[in-house]
Design a protein around this ligand. Sequence first.
Ligand code: BEZ
Length: 211
Amino acid sequence: MSLRLGEIAPDFKAKTSMGEISFHEYLGNSWGVLFSHPGDYTPVCTTELGKTASLSEEFKKRDVKVIALSVDDVESHQGWIKDINETQNVEVNFPLIADENKDISEAYGMIHPEASETSTVRSLFIIGPDKKVKLMITYPASTGRNFEEILRVIDSLQLTAKYSVSTPADWKEGEDVVISPAIKNEDIPSRFPKGHKEIKSYLRMTPQPNH
Ligand code: BEZ
């Protein structure tokens, strides 16, 4: 059975480019992003890891620890990181897991045999401070991910964890949000003092509460 939203992200010990880690211990009380890539020394992956490194301040601001994975070994990761730093003009400052025996890839369902028997696809998991899986996305090897979208989802998850709201299509930090259907109309003024607009009884918008 593959991993599902709301389940505890499987814990593991692993060799990484920054030494051995114990995953849950590494995350501590922070949010986490765990993502797999098909292989070291491949072009799209090089740009993805470079982009992630360039966004390190954005992840830090949101208290998110990032960690990447492929089935290549630590020595390969270390050589490749030098290339990423050189070509993408960054300093990769997060660990790359060497999942040579594919135990972690299997636990997270990162191997899709019909796509590739031997390497991981582009899976990405956002994990909350409670260690539960909050988002899973899977891209094919040929399509690099949009890491601005990952930050956008983290903003949404962190907001909706604190307030009884959801975020509409294409929402970005600072835009109006949807009031949870569980909130009664009479409770809206005290819960959302910035005001609200009722478009339909089931579609009530309010300014982002913490903005
Ligand atoms: C890449 O990262 O460029 C890549 C990796 C595996 C298959 C196709 C592309």
